[in-house]
Write a protein that binds this ligand. Structure first.
Ligand code: GDP
Ligand code: IMO
Ligand code: MG
Length: 427
């Protein structure tokens, strides 16, 4: 039995979905514990691409239970579309494969409208959210006016909650120049969708503890990344949930001692989508080259991702917060053919040098000067490598140097999007 958390070590899109799918080969369950459909996790099996937004990345494995736990916010309309597509492909055959937590908070249409209206009104200072209503939905949870997935099955309770919520939401929407919502219409839509999702909605957190009692092997699938954490990321340019490993405990209702292993996922370089500071960003032709080589366009919104060199300062910070036992480094193949590679080993700010902590205040982080170490690149195509020894010496040196700087072993190296394009290091 192992409970292993998979956590984004950068600004999201590190390849968590690919790694979870790979590890899901021999587990009993995969559980999402935070975030919502702001996530886009890509799985490629024999060249066929699947992008998941809510559904855990164990869904393509036979015999794996997939659980959307209480810490996740769900957009029932999007979730139904996701389920329907997988049912059509014959992937989801039975509700036992997927559990939607009755305790998950529901993203209603007015949450999305509020997200978009706020962003529009922020203008030049916008966060660059995914526009999926994630922030407003989590706000309602903290404000103690959330709608739960379980409420979708109780129209009277739902009507009361929606009416109460719209008292405030409509006033806000009007103030922001957006359209009001009609409570009856919203309730009717939500009841209809609840009926369609009914067979999947059950208490998630109870199920997770049952699995723990049964000594099951469980993967806890993080969404977003450490630098987007609401408390430890580059506030205010963050998402609205805790994305770090500790969040898995509160998202599921399990003790910290239940988690034996925390794997940090990092790209071999770095990307960010949305606004906010990014010390190693390449805003020139080289950044565009990385974007083209790595197909760096968002899985959720299709936006071009900002690209830059790997940031060992931010990775060390992430390792300290999450307690990574190892890294899985993805997209090493994307660097093939680049003559020189750079690794950020320190930040300079007003005479202070940072190597293992990040000045997360956005204004400070925007002013840091990254200090780079240069490495020789390699010319070979590495996508067929399946052992570490098959990688060119320069690629090994690059990976070895990063694990030495950060102090966390790179136990897995991914050399292509496909499930099989993964090196597990044994020594
Ligand atoms: P996630 O949100 O962390 O699951 O990551 P995304 O799915 O949003 O983005 C990662 C992208 O990189 C996806 O298109 C993956 O198919 C792709 N990918 C993952 N690992 C590798 C790899 O090792 N090499 C290459 N070339 N692509 C990869
Ligand atoms: P996965 O799980 C990358 C970013 C958005 C924006 C900020 C806030 O695929 O790695 P939000 O809609 O959450 O309020 O937006 O967070 N963001 C992500 N960036 N990957 C993600 O998820 C993200 N989810 C949110 O671009 O900058
Ligand atoms: Mg993604």
């Amino acid at each position: 039995m192992t409970v292993r958390a998979i956590i984004g070590a950068q600004w999201g899109d590190e390849g968590k979905g690919k790694i979870v799918d790979r590890f899901a080969e021999d587990v009993n369950a995969v559980v999402r514990f935070q975030g919502g459909n702001n996530a886009g996790h890509t799985l490629v099996i024999d060249g066929h691409k699947t992008i998941l937004h809510h559904i855990p990345s164990g869904i393509l494995r036979d015999g794996v239970e997939n659980i959307i736990a209480g810490g996740v916010v769900i957009d029932p309309f999007v979730l139904l579309t996701e389920i329907a597509a997988l049912e059509k492909r014959g992937v989801i055959k039975d509700p036992s494969q997927l559990l939607i937590g009755s305790e998950c908070c529901v993203i209603a249409p007015y949450h999305k409208a509020l997200d978009v209206a706020r962003e529009t009104n922020r203008g030049a200072t916008s966060i660059g959210t995914t526009g999926r209503g994630i922030g407003p939905c989590y706000e309602d949870r903290v404000g103690r006016r959330a709608i739960f997935a379980g409420d979708l099955l109780h129209p009277e309770r739902l009507r009361e909650k929606v009416a109460q919520s719209l008292l405030e939401k409509n006033a806000l929407l009007v103030a922001l120049g957006a359209q009001e919502f009609d409570a009856d219409e919203v309730v009717a839509q939500l009841v209809e969708i609840g009926e369609k999702l009914k067979s999947y909605i059950r208490p998630a957190n109870i199920r997770v503890r049952q699995l723990l009692d049964a000594k099951a092997s469980i993967l806890l699938e993080g969404a977003q990344g450490t630098m987007l954490d609401i408390g430890h990321g580059t506030y205010p340019f963050v998402t609205s949930s805790h994305t770090v490993s500790g969040s898995a405990c509160v998202g599921l209702g399990i003790p910290p001692s239940a988690i034996q292993d925390v794997v940090g996922i990092t790209k071999a370089y770095c990307t960010r989508v949305g606004n906010g500071p990014f010390p190693t960003e390449l805003e020139d032709a080289q950044g565009q080259e990385l974007r083209d080589r790595g197909s760096e366009y968002g899985s959720t919104t299709g936006r071009p991702r900002r690209c830059g060199w790997i940031d060992a300062v931010a990775l060390t910070y992430a390792a300290r917060i999450n307690g990574f036992s190892s890294f899985a480094m993805t997209k090493l193949d994307v660097l093939s053919g680049l003559p020189i590679l750079k690794v950020c080993v320190a930040y300079e700010l007003d005479g202070t040098t940072f190597t293992n902590e990040v000045p997360v205040e956005a204004d400070d982080l925007a002013r840091v000067k990254p200090v780079f170490r240069e490495f020789k690149g390699w010319a070979e195509d590495i996508t067929a490598a399946r052992t570490y020894a098959e990688l060119p010496a320069a690629a090994q040196e690059y990976v070895n140097a990063i694990e030495k700087i950060v102090g966390v072993r790179v136990a897995y190296v991914s050399v292509g999007p496909d499930r099989e394009a993964t090196i597990v290091r044994n020594s």
